[in-house]
Design a protein around this ligand. Structure first.
Ligand code: 5GP
Length: 113
């Protein structure tokens, strides 16, 4: 079943998009929890990281490379940032279209809550 992120991919609902290529889209989180908070998603509908397969190897690599490029372009690469993929209930996943958070612009505590 499609999620709200499919509507963002299809440009049916607006989002602050900062990066797009044929496989991946990145846009600002509507409820940012850090000064820099974007979501990197595959255009392919994959529910959770558990649902990715070896066929998605290149796509998963594209998501990581998009993250480091976005970090560099927005000058958060040297100070640092965090990439997060929440999976299912215990991690608090709320949108069941695979997404990677890129969080930066402030010191992030560890361990996460
Ligand atoms: P999760 O908790 O599933 O890892 O993260 C889902 C994220 O998607 C949340 O941080 C939430 O704020 C964001 N989000 C949910 N709906 C929308 C939306 O319609 N637009 C945007 N830009 N972000 C959304």
């Amino acid at each position: 079943m499609s999620t709200i992120f499919k509507d963002i991919i299809d440009k049916k609902i607006p989002a602050n998009i900062i990066y797009e290529n044929e496989n991946v889209l990145a846009f600002e989180d509507i409820n940012a929890v850090a000064p820099f908070h974007f979501l990197i998603i595959p255009k392919k509908e994959i529910k959770t990281i558990n649902d990715a397969s070896t066929k998605d190897r290149e796509l998963l690599g594209d998501m990581l490379l998009a993250a480091s490029n976005i970090a560099k372009e927005n000058n958060i690469d040297e100070d640092g940032y965090r990439l997060v993929i929440n999976c299912n209930r215990n991690a608090g996943q709320t949108v069941f279209h695979l997404h990677m958070h890129i969080l930066g612009g402030r010191k992030l505590s560890w361990p996460p809550g």
